[in-house]
Design a protein. Structure first.
Length: 173
C-alpha cells in the first residue's frame, strides 16, 4: 500500500544521505554531521507546524486533500511520495547545498527526513492505536482531537505543541 511507502523510503534515504556526507571527497566530520542532523530534526519541527497550518489548511487544492483526512481520520491518507520528496529536496537539500555545501545539506536533510517519518509514525499511532488513559500518547491524542473536532482552528503541531504555543494557536486538552 502506498500509504506506508514513506516508512520504508525515508529511513533508507536518510541513511544514504548521512553516508554521502561522511564519504564525500571532503567529508563532514562526525560532529559536523551530527550537528547538521540535529538541525534538520529541529527544522522539521517548525516545518511540520507551518506546512500543517498554512499549506494544509490554506490553498484550496491542498486543503481539499487534507479535508479527506479530517473527514475520516482513520483513513490511510497521506502525502504522495513525489510531493513530500520534492518538497524536501526544494525546501532543504537544494537551498542548504547552495548556501553551505553538499555534505551539510545531506546531514540536515537526513535529520529533516527522520523528523518527517517520526511525525508520520506518531500521527498514524494517534489515529490508529488505543492509548492508556493519562499516558503521553493519550494526552497527544486528546490534543490532536482538539485540532480535528474543536470549534477554533488550533493545535497544528502533532509531535510538539511548542510552535502552537509560540504562535498562539494552542488549545488545551
Amino acid at each position: 500500500m502506498l500509504y506506508f511507502t514513506d516508512f520504508v523510503f525515508y529511513p533508507l534515504a536518510s541513511v544514504a544521505l548521512v553516508a554521502a556526507a561522511l564519504l564525500l571527497k571532503e567529508p563532514l566530520r562526525w560532529d559536523e554531521a551530527a550537528i547538521g542532523f540535529a538541525c534538520g530534526l529541529a527544522l522539521w519541527s517548525l516545518a511540520e507546524y507551518l506546512i500543517h497550518r498554512f499549506a494544509l489548511h490554506g490553498p484550496a487544492y491542498l486543503a481539499a486533500l487534507h479535508d479527506m483526512h479530517h473527514s475520516d481520520p482513520r483513513a490511510l491518507v497521506g502525502s504522495p511520495l513525489w510531493l513530500s520528496l520534492g518538497s524536501i529536496c526544494c525546501g532543504s537539500l537544494l537551498p542548504v547545498w547552495l548556501l553551505i555545501g553538499f555534505g551539510t545539506a545531506c546531514a540536515v536533510t537526513a535529520g529533516l527526513m527522520l523528523g518527517y517519518i517520526y511525525f508520520g509514525l506518531l500521527h498514524h499511532i494517534v489515529h490508529h492505536h488505543h492509548a492508556r488513559r493519562g499516558s503521553y500518547l493519550w494526552r497527544l491524542k486528546r490534543r490532536h482531537a482538539r485540532h480535528h473536532y474543536g470549534k477554533t482552528p488550533c493545535n497544528f503541531g502533532v509531535v510538539t505543541s511548542m510552535w502552537d504555543r509560540v504562535f498562539g494557536t494552542f488549545c488545551s486538552e
